[in-house]
Design a binder for this molecule. Sequence first.
Ligand SMILES: N[C@@H](CCC(=O)N[C@@H](CS)C(=O)NCC(=O)O)C(=O)O
Length: 214
Amino acid sequence: MKIYGSSFSPYARKILAFCGEAGIDYELQAVGLGSDDPEFLAASPLRKIPAMEDDGFTLADSSAICHYLEAKHDVGLIPHDPALLGRTVWWDEVADTEIFASLQPLFFNRIVAPLFLRQEADEAAAARAEEEAVPTMLAWLETQMPEEGDWLVGERLTLADLAVASPLVNYAHCGGSLADYPRVEAFAARMHARKSFAGNIAWERGALEKIRGG
Ligand SMILES: N[C@@H](CCC(=O)N[C@@H](CS)C(=O)NCC(=O)O)C(=O)O
């Protein structure tokens, strides 16, 4: 199976973590924003990262891909129980919309624009997010976090945990602190230490160091 994208994308990172936890082999085809790689475009009609090709079947959207992989491999990362399933889908949606949106001006303007796209960043937008949207989102997330060691949904790791942990990596890449949100901090530390995240995070840190140093 091929995954088109970059692990810097929270959406792609979520799929890579899902595959890592499920033991599903994948080949990451490096694709950046605005790519016109024909294979990627065939798999992603809206040109968004990530997309997938599996035995000739193509699919875009991180949530669609995770549901496809769960249905194909029955890996137990998306529960069957109606209430647990509903809650898992809800968390995935919250991560993809609310959490992503609050962090995006920060990540885009502090990392993507200046370092990857070599274009002028909107520092005012980054600062605004850092002062308003991000603390508001993190304060809310703090109220929703499980007890130390518990999962967001049910009694085991699910897509919910992977989806929420993924954008928090980008916050860490921006130097963001979680010290005021101890439950979120503990959750992020626990999730990001898992093998399914740790390898990609280490690679991303190395890549950022290289770009910043070069
Ligand atoms: N709902 C999609 C969102 C994908 C998405 O917005 N990806 C960003 C990169 S992190 C992208 O490709 N943006 C380019 C664009 O919107 O044109 C998913 O879950 O995969």
